[in-house]
Design a protein around this ligand. Structure first.
Ligand SMILES: Cc1cc2nc3c(=O)[nH]c(=O)nc-3n(C[C@H](O)[C@H](O)[C@H](O)COP(=O)(O)OP(=O)(O)OC[C@H]3O[C@@H](n4cnc5c(N)ncnc54)[C@H](O)[C@@H]3O)c2cc1C
Length: 382
C-alpha cells in the first residue's frame, strides 16, 4: 500500500499528445457531434469511435503489427483523461480499448489477435463484458453459465445480466465454467470471445432508472465457441478476471464520470462564491487532485507490469464515492433544476443526468462492500 507514497509519473512529457487530443475534441465540439453534459463515457457512438481510431487514440499501447502505436500506458492515460474530462461518448470503443483488447493481446490465439485487434484500433469493433449473472454478481466465481467440450470447440448454455451495450457490441468476453469447481470455486473458469451475431445468443433490454437502454440480459443456448476463441487456457479465467479488474478499477473513469457537472457547478457558482460554496467546491477540487495522483500511481505500476489489485480497489472506492458526492453538493449549493425545460442550462442538464446515473457509479465494476473486502485482505485484516 506504500505504493501511494511513490512520486506519480510526470505526465508533462506527453503535453504534445495532450494538445493533439484537445484539438481533436475541440474540432468535434465545434461540429456539434456531441453535447458533453448529455452523454457519459458509456454512450455508444460508432462514428465518434471511428474518428478516434483514425486519430490514433485507440489501442495506443499495442504493437504496430496489430495497428497499435506502441505508446506507453501513461501516454494513453493522458488521452483517456482528456476524453473523459471533455465528456466524449467513448462507449463504442471503451471496453475493447481498456480491457478486452489487452486480454486478447496477452492471452488470445493468433487468429483472434489478427482478426480482432486491428479492427478495435480502427474504432470498428466494440466489446462488452459478460461476467455478471442473475445469481452471481459480487460472487463472480459462482457463475453458472457452462461450456461443455465438443468437437473443435465448446458449447455454451446460460444467462448473463447487466451486460452494458450488449445490444450494440460485436463481441462479449464471457466468463463461463468449463469444469466443476475443485476445492476452490475459483477453479474451472474460462473466458471466451463470443460474437453477438452468432446463432444461439439472445439479447434482451433492461431499462435503467433514467429510462435509458444500456443494460441487457444475454442468453446463450447451445452457442458454439471454436477452440481458438478461448482467451487463455481452459481454467485460467479467474486469474485473468482479477488482473483485468485492476485495469477496470483504477483509471480516470472511476472519478471523472461527473466531471462535466463539477465544471458546470464552478461556472454556476461564479467568481464571487459565498463561504459555503468556496469550502465545498474547494474540497471537491482537492479530492479530484488527490484521486488523480492515486490513479496515476496505479497507471505507473500497471505500466511496469505489476498487478496492483488492492491499490486499484482503493482508487475505485474513493473515486466513485467522490463521483457520487458531486450531485449532492451541487444540489446543496445551487438547488435543483429540472434539466428538461427548453431553457435548461448546462448545469441543470448535467445535474439531472448525473443524479439519475450516480447510484450506479459505486456498483459497476464491483460494489463498495466488495472493494472494502479486497482492501481489508490487502491490509492483512481478514
Ligand atoms: C451501470 C452498471 C453497469 C454494469 N455493467 C456490467 C457489464 O457490462 N457486465 C457485467 O458483467 N456486469 C455489469 N454490471 C454488474 C455489476 O458488476 C454488478 O451489479 C455488481 O458486481 C454487483 O452484483 P449484483 O448486482 O449481483 O449484486 P449482489 O452481488 O447481489 O450484491 C447486492 C448487495 O450485497 C452486497 N454484498 C454482496 N456480497 C457481499 C459480501 N461478500 N460482503 C458484503 N456485502 C456484500 C453488495 O455490496 C450489494 O450492496 C454493471 C452494473 C452497473 C450498475
Amino acid at each position: 500500500m506504500n505504493n501511494f507514497n511513490e512520486q506519480p509519473a510526470d505526465l508533462s512529457v506527453y503535453d504534445g499528445t495532450r494538445r493533439r487530443v484537445r484539438e481533436f475534441l475541440a474540432a468535434e465540439l465545434a461540429r456539434g457531434t456531441f453535447k458533453p453534459w448529455q452523454v457519459t463515457w458509456t454512450t455508444f457512438d460508432r462514428a465518434f469511435s471511428r474518428r478516434a481510431g483514425e486519430a490514433g487514440f485507440i489501442g495506443m499501447t499495442w504493437p504496430r503489427a496489430f495497428g497499435g502505436g506502441e505508446a506507453s500506458a501513461l501516454e494513453r492515460y493522458v488521452v483517456v483523461e482528456e476524453m473523459l474530462a471533455a465528456g466524449a461518448p467513448c462507449g463504442a470503443h471503451w471496453i475493447a480499448d481498456r480491457q478486452s483488447g489487452p486480454q486478447i493481446l496477452k492471452h488470445g490465439s493468433e487468429r483472434a489477435k489478427r482478426e480482432i485487434l486491428p479492427r478495435i484500433v480502427r474504432g470498428e469493433c466494440a466489446f462488452g463484458i459478460g461476467m455478471s449473472e442473475p445469481d452471481s454478481g459480487s460472487d463472480l466465481a459462482a457463475v453458472r453459465t457452462r461450456a461443455e467440450k465438443v468437437e473443435g470447440g465448446w458449447r455454451l448454455n446460460g444467462t448473463k445480466v447487466w451486460t452494458t451495450n450488449a445490444h450494440q457490441v460485436d463481441y462479449l468476453i464471457t466468463l463461463v465454467r468449463t469444469s466443476p469447481a475443485g476445492e476452490k470455486k475459483h477453479e474451472g473458469l474460462t473466458q471466451m470471445i463470443t460474437p453477438t451475431d452468432a446463432p444461439g445468443i439472445t439479447v434482451r433490454p433492461i431499462l435503467d432508472l433514467s429510462g435509458h437502454h444500456e443494460f441487457n440480459e444475454v442468453h446463450f443456448e447451445d452457442y458454439f465457441v471454436p477452440d481458438d476463441m478461448l482467451v487463455g487456457e481452459p481454467g485460467s479465467g479467474w486469474a485473468m478476471v482479477t488482473a483485468e479488474l485492476a485495469y477496470e478499477r483504477s483509471g480516470p473513469d472511476r472519478y471523472l464520470s461527473a466531471w462535466q457537472l463539477l465544471t458546470a457547478l464552478v461556472d454556476r457558482v461564479g467568481g464571487d462564491p459565498d463561504r459555503l460554496q468556496s469550502v465545498q467546491v474547494g474540497r471537491l477540487v482537492a479530492h479530484a487532485m488527490a484521486l488523480r495522483r492515486m490513479s496515476t500511481v496505479v497507471a505507473g505500476l500497471l505500466d511496469r507490469g505489476a498487478n496492483p489489485q488492492v491499490e486499484a480497489a482503493l482508487v475505485k472506492h474513493a473515486g466513485t464515492g467522490f463521483e457520487r458526492e458531486i450531485p449532492e453538493i451541487a444540489r446543496l449549493l445551487v438547488g435543483r433544476g429540472d434539466g428538461r425545460d427548453a431553457g435548461a442550462t448546462r448545469f441543470d442538464e448535467a445535474l439531472r443526468q448525473v443524479t439519475l446515473t450516480a447510484p450506479s457509479f459505486t456498483l459497476r465494476g464491483g460494489t463498495r462492500e466488495i472493494l472494502r473486502g479486497v482492501i481489508a485482505r490487502g491490509l492483512g485484516l481478514r
